[in-house]
Design a protein. Structure first.
Length: 256
């Protein structure tokens, strides 16, 4: 008995695959974020008086803290490898499908930097407005000890966030939803809403801002067929946020 490995994958199988990939990655994060925001809204303090901490210290012992930080970064990338593996299994060229190859480094870097600049200032403005309206928690982008490895770890964390989100939520998810026959508008909306949803733990301003960013990134991916510029843009945005918060006086960020 032989198995036909060239047989097209059924819609049901693809749908199950998408749910499983999201279930071990950012779909799971979205569920936790939804529960988290419910907890915040039902707490005895207003949302604006609560704190959402990113990149928190994991141990009082520096070597153990560094180990936890690196392990968190490493294992967060496993769903990316899974998504790329699954696309490569069916299509044979996942790097080409997602635009992860190095054929256009200058263009990818230039477009990524332009996207970061386009999103950065309006994003700061949106966070400021959300803070004034009291619809966001107080965000602490980095809370690591003042130690030699803090900045390298924050840069790695920024890159990890970018790689995970852009490859899974844009490249993989949009490719699979289109294969399932979803309309373009629905695909863009699904990707953007997922991106906003797993940021809900920060508040409603973060949800809206990231959903808008998701729409823009989805349109860029559809136009260029490349996810690398999105990874570059996202990495730059997070590096500025994480390292800037760690390096600059805390008084500069009271509005967050």
């Amino acid at each position: 008995m032989t198995v036909d490995l060239a047989r097209p994958v059924s819609r049901r199988t693809l749908g199950t695959e998408v749910l499983l990939v999201l279930g071990v990655s950012l779909g799971q994060s979205a569920v936790y974020a939804a529960v988290n925001i419910i907890g915040r809204l039902t707490a005895d303090r207003p949302l604006s008086q609560q704190t959402a901490t990113l990149n928190a210290s994991q141990s009082a012992r520096p070597w153990l803290d560094l180990t936890y930080q690196l392990l968190n970064i490493l294992f967060a990338l496993v769903p990316v490898l899974l998504a790329v593996h699954l696309l490569n299994r069916d299509r044979g060229d996942a790097r080409g499908t997602l635009g992860l190859d190095a054929r256009r480094p200058g263009s990818d870097l230039g477009l990524g930097a332009a996207l970061a600049a386009l999103i950065g200032l309006p994003g700061i403005g949106l966070f400021f407005v959300a803070a004034q309206l009291g619809i966001n928690a107080s965000v602490v982008p980095a809370n690591l000890p003042d130690i030699w490895w803090a900045v390298p770890v924050l840069v790695l964390a920024a890159a990890q966030n970018a790689i995970l989100e852009e490859i899974v939520v844009v490249g993989y998810l949009m490719t699979r939803l289109r294969e399932l026959g979803w309309r373009i508008g629905t695909v863009i909306a699904a990707s953007a809403l997922l991106r906003g949803s797993y940021h809900l733990y920060q508040g409603f301003g973060a949800f809206v801002g990231n959903a808008i960013m998701g729409v823009l990134f989805s349109l860029v991916f559809l136009k260029t067929k490349r996810v690398l510029p999105l990874v570059v843009a996202h990495t730059l945005l997070d590096v500025v946020a994480f390292v800037g918060y760690a390096a600059l006086p805390r008084s500069w960020f009271d509005w967050l």
